[in-house]
Design a protein around this ligand. Structure first.
Ligand code: KG4
Ligand code: ZN
Length: 337
């Protein structure tokens, strides 16, 4: 079969990214332009600034992506774009740009769901083996998903409140760490011990997650101690929070592996770049002797290579979008089944 080259476009939050991906697994060219430093000044992503910066940068990112590739735009087989979920204004910039490229260069258009993109980051340099268990841990999602085949998703459990990445970011803020908080909390936690008592999240034997009680416990502890004039051992608090948060996800993964016969365990999303999570999840995979796939760190946080990878099964099934494609801030992956 002829090789298939897909141009992936991702602009759902504060990264403008494009990639050319061959056959859903080989990254030919890859560019990420992050707005992180701009948003860090405000302590989080400012949607209006994000969409304006995407508009300013998107053409430059395309030029750079093509410059890094031996493939010309005329040789691309399809244009894939994240259409949901995310910040509406940011998504729209990518969707309209993709539609324009599709029209001008007469290439089919493929609409990719952002969370599915995170999952398919595991198809880069790896062949997915079904059935598989996927743990999606990002700033917007915490889901445990069973996949019987390509694009066959069964959500076993999701968070009841905050996403795990969101709770990392809020804990970082109260500890005075810079946005995005996850990597900074992890760095600080390596210097501490889990010596602060933390509440245990949902323990009902289900696959549901909860992080809001844990996050609030950290925030309340900081406020109370500050009011009393007591010093906070920030390293220990970061470590206590991280230990409990990661234990919450690894425990549910372990429960699923105990109850289900899967061939592969994959992790995805920004929090999957945590060295601590990777270490703990590896222990669980080893215990249940299941093959573990973890994307390269640069494909865990938002990127377009994962969009090119997730578009490939849709390309093979001729599932193309038309020019009525619109961005959507919310959307469930279950709609795909
Ligand atoms: O997937 P992603 O780039 O964007 C979303 O789709 O949400 O994930 C971003 C999230 C942020 O909440 C960030 O703090 C978190 O991933 N994150 C981490 C680490 N690196 C990124 N959380 C914990 N430890 C890390 N090393
Ligand atoms: Zn993401």
């Amino acid at each position: 079969m002829k090789d298939v080259y897909i141009l992936g476009i991702e602009s759902s939050c504060d990264e403008t990214s494009m990639a050319i991906v061959k056959n859903g697994s080989v990254v030919e060219s890859f560019v990420v332009l992050t707005q992180m430093d701009t948003h860090a000044e405000y302590g989080g992503v400012v949607p209006e600034i994000a969409s304006r910066m995407h508009t300013e940068n998107i053409t430059l990112v395309l030029e750079e992506t093509l410059k890094k590739s031996s493939i010309k735009i005329e040789e691309i087989d399809a244009i894939a774009v994240t259409y949901a979920p995310g910040l509406l204004g940011s998504l729209l910039v990518g969707v309209e740009f993709a539609k324009t490229l599709s029209l001008v260069y007469k290439k089919p258009l493929i609409a990719v769901h952002h969370t599915i993109g995170h999952i398919y980051a595991n198809a880069l340099d790896n062949k997915l083996t079904f059935p598989l268990l996927a743990l999606v841990v990002s700033g917007g999602h915490t889901d445990l998903i069973l996949m019987e085949d390509d694009y066959k998703f069964k959500i076993l459990g999701s968070t009841l409140d905050d996403a795990i990445g969101e709770s990392y970011d809020k804990v970082a803020r109260v500890l005075g760490l810079k946005y995005p908080g996850g990597p900074n909390v992890e760095k600080l936690a390596t210097l501490g011990t889990p010596s602060y008592p933390m509440p245990k999240p949902v323990q009902d034997g289900s696959y549901r997650f909860s992080f809001s009680g844990l996050k609030s416990a950290v925030i309340n502890l900081v406020h109370n101690e500050t009011q009393r004039g007591n010093e906070i051992r920030k390293e220990d608090l970061a470590c206590s929070f991280q230990t409990t948060a990661i234990e919450e996800v690894t425990r549910k993964v372990e429960l699923a592996l105990k109850n289900m016969d899967v061939k592969e365990l994959i992790i995805a999303g920004g929090v999957a770049s945590s060295g601590y999570l990777r270490e703990k999840i590896k222990k669980v995979a080893d215990k249940y002797q299941v093959h573990l796939s973890i994307p390269d760190k640069k494909y865990c946080t938002d990127n377009a290579a994962m969009i090119g990878a997730a578009a490939y099964p849709l390309f093979k099934q001729n599932k193309f979008a038309d020019f009525t494609l619109n961005a959507s801030s919310q959307s469930s992956i279950v709609e795909y089944q």
